[in-house]
Design a protein around this ligand. Sequence first.
Ligand SMILES: Cc1cc2nc3c(=O)[nH]c(=O)nc-3n(C[C@H](O)[C@H](O)[C@H](O)COP(=O)(O)O)c2cc1C
Length: 272
Amino acid sequence: MNTILVINGSPKGKNSITLHTCLFLEKKFPGYKFDYLDAGQRIKVLEKVFSPALEAIREADLLVFCYPVYTFLVPSQLHRFMELMKGSGLDLSGKAATQVTTSKHFYDITAHRFIEDNCADMGLPFLDGLSADMDDILSEKGRKQAMDWFEFTLWKLSRGEFKKPRIIEGKGIRHLATVPQAVRHEEGKKAVIVTDLLPDDDGLKAMIDRFIAVFPYGCDVINIEDFPFQGGCLSCFNCAATGKCVYKDGFDDFLRGTIHKHDAILYAFRIK
Ligand SMILES: Cc1cc2nc3c(=O)[nH]c(=O)nc-3n(C[C@H](O)[C@H](O)[C@H](O)COP(=O)(O)O)c2cc1C
C-alpha cells in the first residue's frame, strides 16, 4: 500500500479548503494510507525541530504539497518549509511528489512551477498537480475533477511516468559589478531599494552599490533581513478590514510610513 503524505502549507491549518480537497480524496480512495503534516501552521516549531517532518517524509511514498496560492506563489510558511527540507539533505530516493492547490487561478502556474522546480532540485520525481478553484470542492464537477486527477496520478505513479525535470545546468562565470564614481544626486525625489541581503551576497551588494552610484536621485536601502518579522501572512484578512496586521511587529506601519513614502521601490534579491 502506498503511503501518501499531505504536506499542508496553508497557514489556516485544519480550516484550509485545499486540505479539505485532500481529506475528500482520502475518503474516496480508502485503499491508500494518508498522513498529514501541518507545515503551514507549525512552521515556527519545525524551524526549531525539523525531525518530525523528516520522519513523516521518510515513511511516505508520495508527497503531496497541498497549499493555497498566495500572491502568485506559495504561502511564505511553505516557502520556508521547502528551504528546511532542501537543507536537511534527506535521502528522497524511491519517493515521488505532486501538488494540490486551490486559488482563483491567478498565477497558479507560478506557484506550481516553484514547487515543481524545487522538487527537481531535490531529485524528486514529479507528477503534474491539481490546480482547483477555491470553490471546486463544493460542486459535483469540481469533486469529479479532483478524483479523476488523483486516479490518473496514481496510474502514472504505478507506471513510473514522471515529468521531465526542467533543470538548467548553470556554468556561468561570475563577474562582480563595478562601482563607478558616484554621480551628483539631484534633490526632489528618492528611491528605496528593498533587499534581503546576506553577508556573503557580495554580487548583489556590488549591484546595489553600483545602482546607488549611477542613479541620479537619492536612494535608501532597506534590508528586510534585519526586520524582526513575527511570521508570514496568516490569511486572516484583518488588514483588509482595518489596515492593521494582527502581528505586532510593526511592519504594517513601516511599510506605509517608510517604504511607501519613497518615489520608487526597487527589489534587490538573489534568485535561487
Ligand atoms: C493573502 C492571500 C493572497 C492570495 N493570493 C492569490 C493569488 O495570487 N492568486 C490566486 O489565484 N488566489 C490568491 N488567493 C486566494 C487563495 O488562493 C484561495 O482563497 C485559496 O482557496 C485559500 O485556500 P486555503 O483555505 O487552503 O488557505 C489569495 C488569498 C490570500 C488570503
